[in-house]
Design a binder for this molecule. Structure first.
Ligand code: HEC
Ligand code: HEC
Length: 448
């Protein structure tokens, strides 16, 4: 927790707040990415920090190899069951994962998590008893893969009130060639795409009070904080599409263990269950497989990553659209600004404001977006408001970007049209705009 109040507030290696040039600059934490292979950080790093960041960047790109591969002691132990052999295969250079172009076998970056519904709301989250927490389509030689994820789409067409047509693709997921028997019928199938890692350290630096909402304040009335129980203690989640991970460190340990089959000091067992004997019997790549120094370096690298600025667009910045976004009720969840408390040199506390367009809270967006269990029944699902910063960079760089937790939306308009539940009114408002105002709002989103 970062509530280190009472410490001198001092800017070290950060642009001074309120300086003359500040107003013309991008919001704090947003930097121009000159080359996508060399993502910038949101603050100046010391030489020692820079060295760690470089090592962390290498760890993110490292292709891990099977245990016992010659000359690879520091990077062996991948699997036996896994989804990818590097973080980069799903998060390429920290960016959003590549979504599905169409029906068929799901791409790497679209994985399926498995969860056993909780009988006791105060219990730790549980995974499928046979297949574990993440469905692993890849396996080392001698071990059966868990199976394949196949996605199908059904096009559903509709019209805006002004008559313009739209079409949404409704996904359905099948887990096929199951290697270890049927899934438990109640297991929840959770298709999830790899989000961008940019700005994760800034989201981590938002004080819990700003997410939970001070009691009595009317501002943060909607949704709920992502509370979880871990070993009987209530903790606040903020990462992942449902805020299920507490921190960058927490999510990194899970990724190594569940998606890559690599043990770390934080999670010393990978995702082999008792039912997956051949997986358990394979040699390992050391205890832990990911050394503490490599683990800490990749956590630090992610903690310092800036958010990419949108490519400059011709014309004036549109103040109107920002107001329209608020009028429609979008800003109630996609909060334009949040405070952050960062540590500077010598433990000094630095306060800044970021513009992430999220409240880091969970919302019910209706049954159309909800997950299903293995029997095909919808289960109530709540989602963390997706941060909208970095949208412009994505739209400028990706040839076929996808949106929402499973990449079903092929455009920003489709993403908005999927909003239901608590966001129903905002979606209606968007639909009822005339075509020119809708287009203007979408153009403005692409400047974030
Ligand atoms: C197989 C694909 C895959 C691999 C490999 C992978 N990730 Fe992820 N990552 C995901 C998915 C999917 C999510 C969203 C998880 C969720 O919603 O619960 C995610 C989420 C994250 C997040 C949270 C971001 C946010 O803002 O919510 C972080 C941090 C992260 N991954 C780091 C890593 C690191 C570090 C590695 C390598 C050690 C890694 N990931 C490997 C797919 C992957
Ligand atoms: C009740 C809260 C709420 C309101 C109101 C709301 N959103 Fe969202 N928005 C979310 C959540 C939660 C998600 C993530 C849903 C998911 O992935 O399934 C999301 C996702 C998005 C995405 C996709 C982002 C991505 O990276 O995939 C866009 C774009 C978006 N919202 C725009 C808007 C706009 C524009 C409005 C107003 C018309 C709006 N939202 C209103 C909660 C809200």
């Amino acid at each position: 927790m970062r509530g280190i109040l009472g410490v001198a507030v001092m800017a070290v290696g950060l642009p001074a707040a309120g300086s003359a040039t500040h107003a013309a600059q991008a919001p704090f934490g947003i930097e121009r990415f000159v080359h996508h292979r060399d993502p910038p950080f949101f603050r100046a790093l010391t030489l020692e920090e820079r060295a760690r960041a470089e090592l962390g960047h290498e760890v993110l790109n490292t292709q891990w190899v099977p245990a016992g591969t010659p000359h690879a002691e520091r990077r062996d132990g991948v699997g036996p069951l896994f989804n990818a052999s590097s973080c980069d295969e799903c998060h390429n250079e920290g960016a959003h994962g590549r979504g599905p172009d169409g029906a068929g076998v799901a791409p790497f970056a679209l994985e399926v998590q498995l969860e056993e519904p909780a009988a006791d709301p105060r219990a730790d989250t549980r995974c499928d008893p046979v297949y574990g927490c993440v469905f692993n389509p890849l396996a080392l030689r001698g071990v059966r893969p868990e199976g394949e994820v196949v996605v199908h789409y059904r096009e559903v067409t509709g019209r805006y009130p002004d008559g313009s047509p739209f079409s949404l693709r409704v996904p359905s997921y099948r887990l096929v060639d199951l290697g270890y028997g049927p899934l438990a019928r109640a297991t929840i199938i959770k298709p999830r795409i790899a989000p961008a890692l940019f700005g994760a350290g800034l989201l981590e630096a938002v004080p819990a009070a700003a997410i939970v909402g001070e009691s009595g304040s009317s501002g943060a009335a909607v949704g709920a904080p992502a509370w979880h129980w871990r070993h009987g203690v209530r903790v606040l989640g903020r990462f992942g599409w449902q805020g299920s991970a507490l921190s960058i460190r927490d999510q990194t340990a899970r990724a190594f263990a569940r998606e890559m089959g690599l043990t770390s000091g934080a999670i010393p067992a990978d995702d082999c269950t008792a039912a997956e004997l051949a997986c358990r019997e394979q040699p390992n790549g050391g205890s832990p497989e990911v050394s503490d120094s490599l683990f800490e370096a990749v956590v630090d690298f992610q903690s310092w990553l800036a958010v990419p600025a949108a490519p400059p667009l011709p014309g004036e910045p549109a103040a109107d659209e920002r107001a329209l976004f608020a009028q429609l009720g979008c800003a109630g969840c996609h909060r334009p600004s949040l405070p952050v408390e960062l540590r500077g040199e010598h433990g000094t506390l630095i306060r800044r404001t970021i513009e992430p367009y999220t409240d880091l809270r969970l919302h019910d967006l209706g049954p159309a977006l909800a997950d299903e269990n293995a029997l095909g029944l919808k289960v109530p699902s709540r989602w963390r408001t997706a941060p909208l910063w970095g949208l412009g960079y994505r739209l400028g760089r990706e040839s076929s970007p996808t949106f929402l937790h499973d990449g079903r939306a092929r455009s920003l308009a489709e993403a908005i049209l999927w909003h239901g539940g608590e966001a129903r009114g905002a979606r209606r408002g968007f639909e009822e705009l005339d075509a020119a105002r809708r287009a203007a709002l979408l153009r403005w989103l692409a400047t974030l």
